[in-house]
Design a protein around this ligand. Structure first.
Ligand SMILES: *Cc1c(COP(=O)(O)O)cnc(C)c1O
Length: 219
C-alpha cells in the first residue's frame, strides 16, 4: 500500500464520526489526488484557481472541490465553475462577486465565512466582532449559501497554541447558530490542519483541512 493510501486510511479510522476531511492538495499532482480519493477522501481543497483548473481537468467530479485559499475577485468566475464550496469569504465585496458569477452560471454557491481568529497576527478573514455584520450583509444574496465558518490559526508549532483561535471561532459559530437567521445554515465548522486537527476537533470542528499528513511534505 502506498503512503498516501495508508495515511488516508489511518486518518479515516482515527476521526470521530461526523468529522469530514478536506485533503489540502496544493502542489500535488492529479495522480496523488486520485490516490487520496480512491483511498476514501471525498473533498479536495485547493488554494489557487489556476492550479485547481489543471487538477480538475484530470480528476473531474469524482470528488468535491473546496476553495481554501485567498480568492481574488477577478478569479471568482472560474472559481464558481470548479468549486462546490468556497471556504474563505471574508468581505461583502467578494460575496457579491461570487453571487453575481453564480447567478450568471445558473447555480448557487455554498460558502463559509472565514474568521480572523488571530486578529492582528493574520490578514485573512473577518474580525470576530465584525463577523455578524458580514453575515447579515451576505445573507440576502440569493446565489450564495452560507453554511458555516472557517478559520486558519497558526500553521505550525505546539497544537495547544492553536486552541484559543479555534475557541474564538467556535464561539462565533454558536452565536450565529443561535441567531437562527433564515437562509443561513451553521452546519460546517472548518478548523485544524495536520499539526492541530485533534485540538480543533476537541473545540468543535466537524471539518479538518489536512495536507502534509496525507500527502507528505510539499515540494
Ligand atoms: C495547506 C493548507 C492546509 C493544510 O496544511 P497542512 O499543515 O499541510 O495540513 C489547511 N488549510 C489551508 C487553508 C491550507 O492552505
Amino acid at each position: 500500500m502506498s503512503q498516501i493510501t495508508e495515511n488516508v486510511r489511518a486518518l479515516l479510522a482515527e476521526l470521530p464520526a461526523g468529522v469530514e476531511i478536506v485533503a489540502a492538495a496544493k502542489t500535488k499532482t492529479p495522480a496523488e489526488i486520485i490516490e487520496a480519493v480512491e483511498a476514501g477522501i471525498r473533498i479536495i481543497g485547493q488554494n489557487y484557481v489556476q492550479e485547481a483548473q489543471a487538477a480538475f481537468a484530470a480528476v473531474g467530479r469524482r470528488c468535491a472541490w473546496n476553495f481554501i485559499g485567498h480568492l481574488q475577485t477577478n478569479k471568482a468566475r472560474k472559481a464558481v465553475e470548479i468549486f462546490d464550496m468556497i471556504e474563505t469569504v471574508d468581505s461583502i465585496e467578494l460575496a457579491r462577486e461570487i453571487d453575481k458569477r453564480a447567478a450568471a452560471s445558473g447555480r448557487d454557491m455554498a460558502i463559509l465565512l472565514e474568521i480572523n481568529s488571530g486578529q492582528e497576527e493574520q490578514k485573512a478573514g473577518v474580525q470576530p466582532d465584525e463577523a455578524e455584520a458580514l453575515l447579515r450583509a451576505v445573507a440576502p444574496l440569493s446565489h450564495v449559501r452560507i453554511q458555516g465558518l472557517m478559520t486558519m490559526g497558526p500553521f505550525e508549532g505546539d497544537p495547544e497554541d492553536s486552541r484559543p483561535y479555534f475557541r474564538v471561532t467556535r464561539g462565533v459559530f454558536d452565536r450565529f447558530k443561535a441567531l437562527g437567521l433564515p437562509g443561513i445554515e451553521m452546519r460546517v465548522l472548518s478548523m485544524g490542519m495536520s499539526h492541530s486537527y485533534r485540538v480543533a476537533i476537541e473545540e468543535g470542528a466537524n471539518r479538518v483541512r489536512i495536507g502534509t499528513k496525507i500527502f507528505g511534505p510539499r515540494r
